[in-house]
Ligand binder design. Structure first.
Ligand SMILES: Cc1cc2nc3c(=O)[nH]c(=O)nc-3n(C[C@H](O)[C@H](O)[C@H](O)COP(=O)(O)OP(=O)(O)OC[C@H]3O[C@@H](n4cnc5c(N)ncnc54)[C@H](O)[C@@H]3O)c2cc1C
Length: 382
């Protein structure tokens, strides 16, 4: 028997995160975008106090034992009020998943720091391409009990503010089976961060990391040598559901607001909602969001059961982000010139969520993963 409802506990998670996000995130959403300020201490303290940076950390670091579905609910609710804060929460979830593969000294240093609001980055993408993340050129060469890392990563979220970056680097032959994964503190000699501006997500301080002969202790390798990329992709594959869920949250919030708006906005003598073209559009957009949400939660429930979810997560990623962006665009359009105005959140939500088409892999990569499952590796494009 399939159960599509939230448990009592999940309902409680949803309600408490929604209350927090409405009170603390929504009022500041535009501020970070327009002023370019970094998140204040008070803002971060509240995020930490809510326990949102400890959802899946090991118990001894205050982990809360959330399931992946529970974490998805958090991402969706956060996305309703500030899509960009989802990154901070999901990074802390990734750290929890990586923890058991980290040397004890690294766990002791970095888990409390990230749980207390310091930023981290994950760096796969390079200037010559991100979709083909198994064919990168950053290299790590063994030198006694150290590795020396040289290369460049780009489009890295939180580049300008991260204290630590997890870097994929080549330690073996060509292709994904020659890559390892390293924890690199950003204050090590030879690490330079160069943030740049993007269309949306101003708070993410994205940019390029340059690694110029950076010496890291061999124990900073996470997972086994030459298995780092495959390990990282497997272990954080669930993120392909968190990304769309935050967009779905932003789109659902916009749709809720639009539903109220079309009831009161008068056009040609009647409520906008009384025009069937408008009512149908709302109905279609609500359907899309519900279907996208189901894809995400069903993939996360496979992950919770320890089952394969790569095809399902790819379906959720490409279609969920696309559906959410279409809904955001419709909501902006139905608000007429107000939708376009900076005073309202619609344009910012759309700018913020459009980037999610690329983040965590463009749709063509995810369609390729689905096609490989359908056709078999022998007949698939890759
Ligand atoms: C908001 C945002 C946040 C990001 N954060 C991070 C981060 O923290 N860490 C990180 O490592 N990276 C990050 N990225 C980078 C992201 O992972 C890459 O943008 C993505 O992997 C695609 O790589 P690329 O941009 O180099 O595009 P390319 O690899 O150059 O591809 C360009 C386009 O070609 C098409 N394409 C690619 N492959 C295929 C194919 N096989 N078949 C058909 N068409 C194809 C797609 O349309 C794709 O958009 C972020 C990106 C964005 C926008």
């Amino acid at each position: 028997m399939m159960d599509f409802s939230y448990s009592d506990n999940q309902q409680m998670i949803r309600d408490s995160v929604r209350r927090y996000a409405e009170a603390e995130l929504l009022p500041q959403y535009k501020r970070w975008d327009t002023t370019g300020e970094w998140l204040t201490k008070d803002f971060m303290d509240k995020l930490i106090d809510m326990g949102l940076l400890r959802l899946r950390l090991p118990e001894k670091y205050g982990g809360q034992g959330y399931s992946f579905v529970d974490c998805g609910i958090v991402c969706e609710e956060i996305g309703r009020c500030d899509h960009n804060i989802r990154y901070i929460i999901s990074n802390a979830i990734h750290l929890g998943e990586m923890a058991s593969s980290m040397a004890p000294e690294l766990q002791e240093e970095w888990i409390p720091r990230i749980a207390n609001g310091e930023m981290m980055s994950l760096a796969f993408t390079e200037p010559r391409g991100g979709a083909d993340a198994g064919n990168i050129t950053t290299k790590a060469v063994k030198d006694g009990d150290h590795y020396i890392i040289t290369g460049e990563k780009t489009s890295i979220t939180f580049c300008g503010v991260s204290k630590v970056v997890f870097v994929s680097a080549r330690t073996g032959g060509p292709g994904p089976k020659g890559l390892s994964f390293f924890l690199v503190p950003t204050d090590l000699p030879g690490v330079t961060a160069a943030p740049f501006e993007r269309m949306g997500q101003r708070i993410d301080r994205a940019g390029s990391f340059f690694f110029d002969n950076v010496r890291v202790p061999a124990r900073n390798m996470i997972g086994a040598e030459n298995q780092g990329f495959i390990w990282a992709m497997t272990i954080i594959g669930y993120n392909r559901n968190f990304v769309p869920l935050a967009c779905i949250g932003a789109a659902q919030k916009s749709l809720d607001e639009t539903i109220e708006y079309v009831k009161i906005r008068q056009v040609m003598g009647r409520s906008l909602s009384k025009w069937q073209g408008v009512a149908n559009e709302l109905a279609m957009e609500a359907t899309k969001l519900e279907a996208a949400r189901m894809l995400c939660y069903s993939a996360l429930s496979l992950k919770d059961k320890g089952l394969r979810h790569d095809k399902e997560s790819s379906m959720a990623k490409w279609w969920g982000v696309k559906a959410a962006n279409e809904v955001l665009y419709t909501c902006m359009r139905l608000h007429g010139h107000y939708g376009w105005a900076k005073e309202f959140p619609f344009e910012q939500r759309l700018r913020d969520c459009l980037g999610m088409e690329s983040a965590d892999g463009p749709r063509e990569v995810h369609l390729g993963i689905i096609a490989r499952d359908l056709l078999g590796k022998e007949f698939a494009p890759f």
